[in-house]
Ligand binder design. Sequence first.
Ligand code: PEP
Ligand code: MN
Length: 338
Amino acid sequence: MIVVMKPNSTETMIQNMVQRVEGLGLKAHVIVGTERTVIAAIGEKRDEQKEMLAACEEVEQIVPILAPYKVASLEAKPEPTVVEIGKFAAGGPNIGIIAGPCSVESEEQIMESARRVRDAGATALRGGAFKPRTSPYAFQGMKEEGLKLLAAARDETGLAVVTEVMSPDQVELVANYADVLQIGARNMQNYNLLAAVGATRKAVLLKRGPAATIDEFLLAAEYILDKGNTQVMLCERGIRTFEAHTRFTLPLATVPYLHEKTHLPVIIDPSHGTGHANLVSPMCAAAVAVGCDGLIIEVHPDPSKALSDGAQSLTPQVFADAVVQCRKVATALDRQLH
Ligand code: PEP
Ligand code: MN
């Protein structure tokens, strides 16, 4: 990191700072400029060293040289991580399509959804069994019964199962049925939950919190990676802004930005990102155009009867048409849609 001294720092202040840097176990290299003196602090760094130096009166700012996320960074691993489960693949040349209802509602509903999305080209099935709902009076999900139905749908269709886990004490149960553990947007900074899914060897779909910065998002992923689980996918699902024409604002620049920072696959959720079914298909194609590694799309056999998120759910036919469009864009960019 670089310690930038305040203007007019005296020689004594600079020497004191050199001693402080060295006292923290780092090597100090002083660079005297015309307006500012900076001290390069070199060595094995810990987060608290930065905070301690930033707290010093004579320091203007600390400029980190390496990203605070270590394992997630491209510096740590320049080649893209590919998450592969059966026919599903995301990362590198692969674009994985995850589709299905917001919630598992019945055997008939999830089986019909699974068959229809598979026929249209999806390779993974989504469906919440444990639902984080804004209101405690809204449908909370079928819980273990829902997980069993998802597993049955996988047995029949071969689709990988993506489903949300809401708390550390549910991880074992959900991991018994799921192929991918989804961490919901509301739980992005539930560090005990991140550590718990990090301790499994199941793939994780980590959703961005609606008010989280990209650095916070990557540091959340770091909690999972730090426990030894390498199979992490990042999911942009829209952030909260002042804008009200969509449910959230879906920043697609997240995709190329994250590709410059991390080797982890980036998945786009245009369903929660827009909140309106008519906006989902165009955003799917746009997400593929900016280089996403996967899409997670809400599809319901009859959106008007959905127990959650019907307004943003595609019918199976509209979903099938969206996949056709995405495939064309993917082909033009030498990507493979799975
Ligand atoms: C969901 O995938 O249905 C969901 C609840 O998403 P999010 O956590 O992004 O709101
Ligand atoms: Mn939903």
